[in-house]
Design a protein around this ligand. Structure first.
Ligand SMILES: C[S@@+](CC[C@H](N)C(=O)[O-])C[C@H]1O[C@@H](n2cnc3c(N)ncnc32)[C@H](O)[C@@H]1O
Length: 215
């Protein structure tokens, strides 16, 4: 608990320094997004396992940040698959591109997005994945409605975002209520396919287009 509080405080400090324009360093931003000891709460291995990705599939990591999930998703789809690491921040896409080269991830492509357009290819994305980014996106029903054209026929959208609960969310709100996500995605033309409840502070919801046939 103490470690988590220190990590949260460090994250707030890092964010504050960014907001105040002290630095634009990608590694500092990465630390602000990920802190340390994140895995114990985020359970990234279980998250990726529950998504049941297959080798060769195409995934978009919307708001990839420092790539916390990007590399894990890239491992899950393997060298014949592809992960589009999408972010509006060129510092982060530059970092992701360089890291993909350093680590030999030929299946990761960084894309500089605009706030209302992830600039993904049309058709063929098996999974649109987004973690801790949903609350940043403006006019989400329109954004995700447009993104339906990028999905493969059995494509899915997985959304993880903080729930607006607890002291930290009161002083530094960066969350979306679970009901609001479901309502907005329904408005965007999707239906809830799966809801996971194993993350302590975050919603983890998977949607499919409303007209998708049951498997
Ligand atoms: C809190 S970080 C999360 C990073 C990563 N997903 C993670 O879980 O560590 C949010 C990221 O979303 C990006 N972002 C914000 N609005 C966005 C948008 N409209 N489209 C794509 N990326 C966006 C930010 O630049 C930032 O890198």
């Amino acid at each position: 608990m103490i470690i988590r509080r220190i990590a949260v405080a460090a994250g707030v400090l890092a964010c504050a320094s960014l907001i105040l324009g002290f630095t634009s360093c990608a590694s500092l931003k990465k630390f602000a997004y990920e802190g340390f000891d994140r895995d114990s709460e985020q359970q990234p291995a279980r998250v990726v396992e529950e998504l049941h990705l297959n080798a060769g599939e195409r995934v978009a990591d919307l708001g990839a940040g420092g790539g916390y999930f990007t590399w894990r998703l890239a491992d899950a789809v393997g060298p014949t698959g592809k992960v589009y690491a999408v972010d509006i921040d060129p510092d982060m896409t530059g970092y992701l591109k360089a890291t993909a080269q350093q680590r030999g991830y030929g299946n990761v492509e960084a894309i500089v997005a605009s706030p209302d357009d992830p600039k993904l290819p049309e058709h063929g994305i098996d999974l649109l994945f987004t973690c801790n980014t949903y609350h940043h996106i403006e006019n989400r029903p329109a954004y995700f409605a447009r993104l339906k054209r990028s999905l493969a026929p059995r494509g899915r959208v997985a959304i993880i975002d903080y729930r607006p609960e607890g002291f930290f969310q009161t002083i530094f709100p960066h969350a979306t209520a679970t009901d609001a996500i479901t309502r907005e995605m329904t408005e965007a033309g999707y239906k809830l396919d799966h809801r996971y409840d194993f993350l302590s502070d975050q919603s983890f919801l998977v949607f499919v287009p409303a007209d998708a046939r049951a498997s």
